[in-house]
Unconditional design. Structure first.
Length: 216
């Protein structure tokens, strides 16, 4: 996609980056109406940076955590451990919910890579800290990651973890986490040919998501 009449903005971003590379911290706010190309501008600029590591942070709706806890690399660059970097940074500070979510984020990445042992390892770190802090939101996230990793590996012990995540999310109104739990329970039930549970989770999850406009 060609970005028209954006040269001036690229020049401004390049000037800010030069200051950062010189050791001067800077913050840039890119604002404007939806659909005018803000994200495309940032993505294109980031993709052009060959000598500077560019990191992104994911902020999910309903997940009120610092972006640092969900740190990962810009997709155009090699992933050499941004999630690891987030943990390394946060472990130097007093343990808090940000560190618990960083642990859970690592668990999620390992789960998605079918690395069951690592997913369980970091998920347990997240659960222990989240329970200590009374952070139910991160607890629900971590339980989902461990439960999904175990079920993907064919371990039936994952289902109670996912069920706990689902019930906690429903009780506390964590809509995104509840929808994710329904999805993972349903998909893994299909994989395991557990038709009764697959249908139940699909039906309940569909109704829940549609009522809350989560299907989009």
């Amino acid at each position: 996609m060609e970005l028209l009449e954006r040269e001036h903005f690229f020049e401004q971003l390049a000037a800010v980056l030069s200051e950062v590379e010189a050791g001067n911290g800077r913050t840039v706010l890119v604002s404007g109406e939806a659909g005018i190309g803000k994200t495309a501008l940032i993505e294109r600029f980031a993709a052009q940076q060959k000598s500077t590591r560019v990191l992104k942070a994911l902020v999910e709706r309903g997940l009120e955590k610092s972006p640092l806890a969900r740190l990962f690399h810009h997709p155009s660059q090699a992933d050499d451990g941004a999630a690891v970097l987030a943990v390394d940074i946060l472990e130097k500070l007093p343990p808090d919910s940000e560190l618990a979510m960083a642990f859970s984020n690592r668990a999620q990445l390992h789960m998605l890579a079918d690395e069951t042992a690592q997913a369980e390892h970091w998920g347990q770190h997240a659960i222990v800290l989240a329970e200590k802090l009374g952070d139910d939101e991160t607890l629900a996230h971590a339980l989902n990651n461990i439960g999904s990793a175990l079920m993907i590996a064919g371990d039936k012990n994952g289902q109670p973890q996912l069920e706990r995540s689902l019930q906690l999310s429903l009780a506390r109104g964590f809509q995104e986490h509840a929808a994710r739990a329904y999805t993972n329970l349903a998909s893994n039930s299909v994989k395991d040919r557990d038709c009764a549970n697959a249908i139940r989770y699909l039906n309940d999850g569909s109704v829940y998501s549609l009522e809350r406009d989560l299907d989009s």
